[in-house]
Design a protein around this ligand. Sequence first.
Ligand SMILES: [Fe+2]
Ligand SMILES: [Fe+2]
Length: 328
Amino acid sequence: MTTTKERQPTDFATAVERLSKVSVDRHFDAYRDVAWDDPEMAIDPEDPRFELWLDDPLRRTDWYARQPAEVRSRIALHRVATAMRIGWEFENVLQRGLLEHAYWMDGRQPELRYLMHEIAEECQHMLMFQEFANRTGMDIRGMPRHMKLASRMVVLLSRTFPAAFFMFVLAGEDPVDYIQRKQLKEGGSHPATERIMRIHVTEEARHIAFARHYLRRQVPALHGLRRRQLAVMAPIIFGTMARLMAFPSPHTARTFGVPRPDLRRALRSPSGRRLLSEVAAGPRRLCVELGLTRFPYSLLWRVMGVWDDPRAPGGPDEVAPLMEAAAG
Ligand SMILES: [Fe+2]
Ligand SMILES: [Fe+2]
């Protein structure tokens, strides 16, 4: 009889080989597969199809409702282009980490080939994201500076603590995937954002699947201290990345003069809290499955506002400094 332990390596190798095959069968090119110069793809900052998505905390503020339609369009365009620039920076960190991780791998491991496919796909995503941001004609900035500096540590993790690095990978990819799928379901997007999101969710499904397979294989094999370190790091990584990906950036808020109290109220509202909890739902379920969320680590998930009950004591109210950072 085959045990789970004996079956695992083969299952992992089979899954990775399948992901590599699909990467060849179904992949996109940023310039061949997006009709940038088609007249219907032209970006007009006052196009009414640029509207904040329904779950965006800023969309629910009275301040946003009071803005004229053309200003709301400009805000929404700045917001989506900023999200793409943040995506560009996140994928840059991800690629550097994957390259560092791959550098030390045995070339016969099937995941080496898959990782090279993933790096190539992220290059195409970055080309799409930056092209879109440039075509807005706006001053678009990505992550706050302190996060850009901290990203060097993440690259290092890919070598020193790969399980934590792949948690970071999921923490960026899963919330973006959740948001983009929901936006596509809402419909009514501008053709350029719609095309970019469709390409992105198709390829990210593979990246997310790989990170999950990897963590399911690696985490049970970690020794006690490493497991405890990962249990502490996971909610901090997911809480920080969920805010970065789901909340308006400080630069967007400053550019349009969003009053800080309005934004802060929106981020702390029940819907703002629910959004954080929802974008982190996929990775949270995986961490529960891996046994990383037991007491006392569950408290950290609550403190970071990414547990499944956003009204629970110790929720987002206790992470005021992070909220402040998000509000600029
Ligand atoms: Fe991507
Ligand atoms: Fe990705």
